[in-house]
Design a protein around this ligand. Sequence first.
Ligand code: OVM
Length: 406
Amino acid sequence: MPSSLQLETRPAVDLPQLDLDPYSIASLMDPYPLHEQVREAGPVVYLTPWQVYAVARYEQVKAVLSDHDTYISGAGVGLTNFNLEPPFRPRSLVLEADPPAHTPCRAVLARVLSPTVLRNLRPVFEAEAEALVDQCLELGAIDGIKALAERYPLKVFPDAVGLAAEGRENLLLYGDMVFNANGPRNELLAKSTERVGPVTEWIMRRCQRDMLAPGGFGAQIWEAADRGDITHEQAPMLVRSLLSAGVDTTINGLGNALFCLATHPEEYAKLHSDPSLARYAFDEALRYESTAQTFYRTTVRDTVLAGVPIPANCKVLMMLAAANRDPRKWPDPDRFLIERRPAGHVAFGAGIHGCVGQAIARLEGELVLSILARRVRRIELIGEPTRRLNNTLRALDALPLRLIPA
Ligand code: OVM
């Protein structure tokens, strides 16, 4: 039953009850049939396997994202309700927090990742993208995930944070675990938590001041603590947020974008003839294959959404990827069209918890795609792509490609 704080929690009559599991292997492999079923069943549904409310239409997803006073993050943004079960790691000070505590922490990250900072980083990020694309071109046949989608963010982002080069593969394991932890305690989570002990230690050690190079994002977070914007106890936790959210997300954003372009050669041809479309192409890939498929909120009081009552202390699943293909919002939603201007997509969320790193994510996406566009005439898919299943992320394990030079 949805709420432990209520005696009678029977869902309202006009609430469709669906026996659908977004975490089944079949749905994780191909989530779109389930997205359509949830979206078309009603504006708010109840998923009986996990006993959660769910919204899959753009309008209701946006409404939940926008009303952070009713739909809170402090009880966790995964399936687990922190009011009933403790979190698996100390709560994030931004992701799993609400105003007023959330506000200064968010402000520090927003300043560290501001457009001004990014303007200075652009030449560095661009040179790295050029070098990496050239290396891939020399190889000819590559695994687009290992050779490009993983390598690029794993180089430029930790460099910008100020992390040493050693042990960066830990960031991949940690990201995989953190995003699995937003789902149920299934096989996927068990597998990624098996190896998590030493990884968590490694991550937490890297959040300390002495591990972070001067001038980087990490050092800037510590300087914000010196100024009194946040406390010195909060600083390592905000560095942890960068290390949690900054790598696996962009890796899969890039991986999914490469997948979209490799499987839509006519769209790649448009990008090749006009590399200035790179930024739109990356956003269209985020709409079409949303990296973060889902996030939850928790109702803090009884409420009504699209006429459907939702009791207090209930988990509400926001199906971001489904909203990004809602035909009520997007014409031809199931087509990947790089000339579409997908402004308003919710792949980065929206509102006070909207991705604080979205500008740097877009910078990475734009640079890799625009340099590819200039140097690569055609991208050929030369084998079956394989998926890496994750409870939250849409992710690929391998993407065999041949790059034909321009
Ligand atoms: C965090 C964080 C923020 C956004 C996403 C995320 C699970 C983590 O603050 O740790 O991914």
